[in-house]
Design a protein around this ligand. Sequence first.
Ligand SMILES: [Zn+2]
Length: 820
Amino acid sequence: MKKASLIIGVILCILPTYALSNKPQKAKNLAKTAQDYPVKPVPFTSVHFNDQFWAPRIEINRTVTIPFAFQKDEETGRMYNFERAAAALKGEELKDKKPPGYPFDDTDVYKVIEGASYTLSVHPDPKLDAYIDGLIAKIGAAQEKDGYLYTTRTIDPEHPHRWAGTKRWELEKVDSHELYNLGHLYESAVAHYQATGKRSLLDIALKTADLLDRTFGPGKESIWPGHQITEMGLVKLYRVTGDDRYLKLAKFLLDVRQPDAPKTSNHRPEYNQSHKKVVEQTEAVGHAVRATYMYSGMADVAALTGDPSYLNAIDKIWDNVVTRKLYITGGIGATGSGEAFGRDYELPNMTAYNETCAAVGNDYWNHRLYLLHADAKYIDVMERTLYNGLISGVSLDGKLFFYPNPLESNGQHQRSPWFGVACCPSNITRFLASVPGYVYAQKGDSLYINLYVGSTAEIKMDNGRTVKLTQETRYPWDGAVKMTVNPDKNSNLTINVRIPGWAHNDAVPSDLYRFLDKADEPVVLKVNGKQVPIKVDRGYVSLNRNWKRGDVIELTLPMPIRRVVTNDAVTADRGRVALQRGPIVYCAEWPDNPGGFVRNLMLSDNAKLGAEFRPDLLNGVTVIKSKATAFAYDEKGNVIKTQQDFTAIPYYSWANRGRGQMIVWIPNSEASVKPRPFPTIATTSKVTVAVPRTRLNPSRINDGDDPVSSSDPSSYFDWWPAKGRTEWVQYAFDKTATVSQSEVYWFDDTGRGEVRVPASWRILYKVGEEWRPVESNDPYGVEKDRYNRVSFKPVTTSGLRLEVTMQPNWSAGIQEWKVK
Ligand SMILES: [Zn+2]
């Protein structure tokens, strides 16, 4: 075994996602001449934010989210797993041999260490440093002699988690996550080494990587990670050690994906992108987080090997995403089924999955494509995701999280302090800490300004110059940016100033979305007070001159409020508009609109829109004000229209004030409006179920929303995973009422899940504390795709119960239950 030799010297300047050494890479072991991304990012350690938008957020991440995530890692036994594995290795008899909740629980510890390490690089904290040292000691003690590190198997090799398989790597192609865990370990270890100079975690990581190198490769075992990230992680190990075995292994783990490989899982091969050789893939399919991590790994390997076939593939996949599978919020992964990309133009709003991790992965990937192509269209996508569908994943106080990030809600969604599968909170911790690394990039004597954030930076250029650059701006609320350039001495440099797509009438770099109107207020750019022509090439205006200390660049990006419409192929957004101002996408949420209803509003195209900064609201946001028309049914079923005040808030800031309605795509024509149902005995009832459940909110069955079909996924309740049982749901009426009719619309997800119409059901009514069946001669129907009506002898009661007996081996569920 060849020993990995570390590049000597402290690597001061690194970017989290791919640590670039200032020293030349060791080239002699590479198959081709060593090469890298043509454009290099300016590491986050060189850029310091002092603005009102990002700086407080990153500080909350450091002071609240990271300690909170460590606390959750402890409370949920994720650290304890390492302790138990270590005890087992010492030969101790374990009292508790229960496997971890999931075989990938180890990664949540690695990811928070990674995020904490980034904060340590810019904010020394001896207490945190010592705490991490303690964790690393526990991780090291759980590592087997030959380098193997996977707590669920080490705790009890005879009975690991059922996804782990009976022996090492057996189920790796999808379920075991052994290689996935190691990929996160590598990312974390490199971050920790670069932040502290300590080799403790890096040595653990390298020992596992050497085990992988002995195990996998040409002439050895052939397998690919069931969940990608190992490839990106190995590339980071290569960058930090210069040992090309890690790069070769990363490439091998990508290339080994073969469509004809033996099946090892119930998942379709698309699920983890193993349906084709990676270089032959042209469409984004399957699990969205796995996909973006793989595409990012392919970008890394393309950059480092110069092999154009990877680039060719990810360029095509990017086109597919940006023209057909990207939400206006920058979220990706439309469907919860397999946490996956949907079909072309399948972009539902209420059921949009948009996992927070997929937003993080989308930004990793777009940033890498930018570094390969030096084209700001990738920054446009990255910025859209960053300001909208990514930071929506964490609450303003830093303690509550979204896993899916839907674009519409009837109140069924709310943030959660943690999840059984806790990938999203820990991904947030590491991503937010590294945001300053996405602002600048450089190449030779060219400097690229990609994001606008009040900040100071010290940028070391490839040509040996150092440039200090300050930005003064209220972005994203205001598009005026003043930049002061201070080179160490007068130098010829090209400073490339990004003009975001949204500022020149391109909503996205494709025809998926467009602005309804043309904005005519021009972008203005001045150098030392003198206006320069706006000639945009690949998203930049290039300013080539002899720069002197104190030169000032002033950029004015007008921020009119824009109405966005979608390509007509997206059925979910037809007859609707979204609102955007600068990079921020808006939504209407219940607390800001009369009556707390927003899903019944229409915003006509000629309604005047105004922007107003509200320092008191949601940590300071610019809101959009207008007039809208509210639609509601009256008692007789007539539609009543009312003009009312309308307020929209930034999408990222929703769900910080409790549950309720939210909408991003607002109808702009009457045909798309769903009038608010007239309050009925059912919709005003309190809903309870026999077994209180947290997975789905039972109040979905009396939200007054008529489903499109039994399989409509937008707002149903089911008892899954319970099967073959008798269960009930009941209404407690507002006040005693006389009722004589009940209508049930069953939920049934044939083809997707395990819920079917029930075997039988009946209605009971409350008499005192007792439940009695109603008297009826009607059959209790179990038809799909319609209401099943039962009339019964009138009863005067305070509540009704719907008792459901499921079919054997199937679960049951309800779309809507009406009572008269
Ligand atoms: Zn996640």
